[in-house]
Design a protein around this ligand. Structure first.
Ligand code: NI
Length: 405
C-alpha cells in the first residue's frame, strides 16, 4: 500500500511528529512482512527484493547487489546548501533459531527467525527513506541509507565498505540504531566513545589418544585436557587483564566423547572474547594459544587452533553522539529516558563504518514488560513493542535535520 504524504516545507515539530506517527501502520506492515520471511546472512534475497520494490515504487534512487544482497538508497535534498552526506545503516539478516511466538506474523521459514530485531531496523530505514524523499525540498545535502547483510556474521559491513558504499558521494558521518529489549520502549541509550565491544572468536580441537575407560594409562584423555583448558582460559580476564578494563571470555561449545566407558580421542571447543580496549587484542590471542599449548603439552596431547579477530569495538564520535543525544531530547523528551553512560560487551560490525568515518551507533528501547515483549535478543520468543518503529524513524529524521541543516 502506498501512503501519500503532503509535500510541504516549514513544518513545525508537532507536525513532523504527526506525519511520522501516521506512518505507523505501514511500518508495522513492512516489519511483519519481513519478519515472516527471515533470511540468514548474505541470503537476504526476498528481503532485498521487498526493499527494492518499495524504493522503486517511491521513485528513490538506489543500487542493489552490493556485497551480495546489500542495497544503498540515495536521497538528495533539493534545498540549496553545503551538501553534506549522512549515512544511515540498517542490518537485514535473521538468525538460525526456530521461532516459538504464537503470532499472526510468525516466521514462515523453518529454523530461521528475526530474533534480534533487524526486521524492525529494515522497516525503520524504509520509513526514514520514505519520509525524507517526501521532504527532500526541506533539506540540503544527501542521505545514504545502507541496507546491510550478515551483521550476525560473517559480517556485511566490511564488504560493503570495500564495494565503495561510503564513496561517491563521500559519506561525512554515519549513524545507526539497534532496537534493544534490555531497555523499555521510549528510551534511547547514546554514549560517546566505546559503546560496544570488540569480538574475537576461536575454534579449537584437542587431539588425545582414545581407549578403554578402565585403561586410562594407555590413553591421552582429551576431555581432561579440554576441561583444564576451559578453566584456565578464565584466568586471562582475572589475571592478565587490568581489572578496570571490561572483558569476557565465553566458551560456548564443548563437544567430546561417545560413550561412558570410552576415553575420548578428541575434544572440540569454540569461544568468543569481548573487550573494549584494543590493546588487549594481542594479549588474548597470545594467552589463549599459550594456555592451550601448555596444557596440551603437559598431557601429551596436540591441538589445532583457528583464531579470528572478528569485529573492532564500536567507538562513537563525541560530536555525532552529542547530535544524536540532542535529537533524542526532542524525540523522547524527558531526560530520564536518555541513558548517557550505557554500554555493553555485545559486538556489532557497525564498528567498521565508524572506523572509516565519524559516527554514532545507539540503542532504541523496545521492551514492554506489560505486553510480555521483553524476551532477550536471540531468544526463540523474542519480539518487541512496535511503537519503537515510529520513534526510530523520528530519531533518524531529527538526526538528518540536525546534521544537514
Ligand atoms: Ni542484532
Amino acid at each position: 500500500m502506498i501512503y501519500t504524504l503532503p509535500n510541504s516545507s516549514n513544518k513545525n515539530l508537532a507536525n513532523v511528529r504527526l506525519e511520522i506517527r501516521a506512518l505507523q501502520p505501514q511500518l508495522i506492515e513492512w516489519r511483519r512482512h519481513i519478519h515472516q520471511k527471515p533470511e540468514l546472512g548474505f541470503q537476504e534475497k526476498l528481503t532485498a527484493e521487498y526493499i527494492t520494490q518499495k524504493l522503486q515504487t517511491w521513485g528513490i534512487e538506489h543500487q542493489t547487489g552490493i556485497a551480495e544482497t546489500g542495497i544503498v538508497a540515495i536521497i538528495k535534498g533539493e534545498k540549496s546548501g553545503d551538501g553534506k552526506v549522512l549515512g544511515i545503516r540498517a542490518d537485514m539478516d535473521a538468525l538460525p533459531i526456530q521461532e516459538e511466538n504464537q503470532v499472526s506474523y510468525c516466521s514462515q521459514h523453518d529454523g530461521v527467525m528475526h530474533a534480534c530485531g533487524h526486521d524492525g531496523h529494515t522497516a525503520i530505514a524504509l520509513g526514514t527513506a520514505y519520509y525524507l524523499h517526501q521532504h527532500r525540498y526541506d533539506f540540503s545535502g544527501t542521505v545514504k541509507i545502507i541496507f546491510q547483510p550478515a551483521e550476525e556474521g560473517p559480517g556485511g559491513a566490511k564488504p560493503m565498505i570495500k564495494a565503495g558504499v561510503l564513496k561517491n558521494p563521500d559519506v561525512d558521518a554515519m549513524i545507526g540504531l539497534h532496537l534493544w529489549n534490555d531497555l523499555p520502549v521510549g528510551t534511547v541509550a547514546v554514549k560517546p566513545g566505546a559503546f560496544m565491544a570488540a569480538i574475537s572468536i576461536f575454534n579449537c580441537t584437542i587431539f588425545g589418544k582414545g581407549g578403554h575407560g578402565a585403561l586410562p594409562h594407555q590413553t591421552v584423555d582429551s576431555i581432561i585436557v579440554a576441561a583444564q583448558i576451559v578453566n584456565a582460559l578464565q584466568t586471562i580476564v582475572s589475571r592478565n587483564v587490568n581489572p578496570l578494563d571490561a572483558a569476557v571470555v565465553t566458551i560456548g561449545e564443548l563437544h567430546a566423547g561417545t560413550r561412558m566407558n570410552v576415553i575420548a580421542d578428541t575434544a572440540r571447543m569454540s569461544g568468543s572474547i569481548r573487550y573494549f580496549n584494543t590493546d588487549l587484542r594481542d594479549v588474548f590471542e597470545s594467552r589463549i594459544e599459550e594456555i592451550i599449548a601448555g596444557i596440551c603439552k603437559i598431557h601429551g596431547a596436540t591441538y589445532r587452533l583457528d583464531y579470528q579477530n572478528l569485529y573492532p569495538p564500536v567507538i562513537n564520535d563525541s560530536e555525532i553522539a552529542n547530535l544524536v543525544k540532542n535529537a533524542a531530547e526532542k524525540v523522547v523528551e524527558t531526560p530520564v529516558n536518555i541513558l548517557p553512560e550505557y554500554q555493553i560487551l555485545g559486538s556489532e560490525d557497525m564498528s567498521f563504518f565508524l572506523q572509516e568515518v565519524p559516527g554514532c551507533y545507539f540503542f532504541l528501547g523496545s521492551a514492554n514488560a506489560e505486553k510480555n515483549l521483553n524476551y532477550p535478543h536471540h531468544h526463540p520468543k523474542f519480539d518487541f513493542d512496535e511503537t519503537a518503529l515510529v520513534i526510530g524513524v523520528e530519531m533518524f529524521v531529527k538526526c538528518v535535520e540536525k546534521f544537514l541543516n
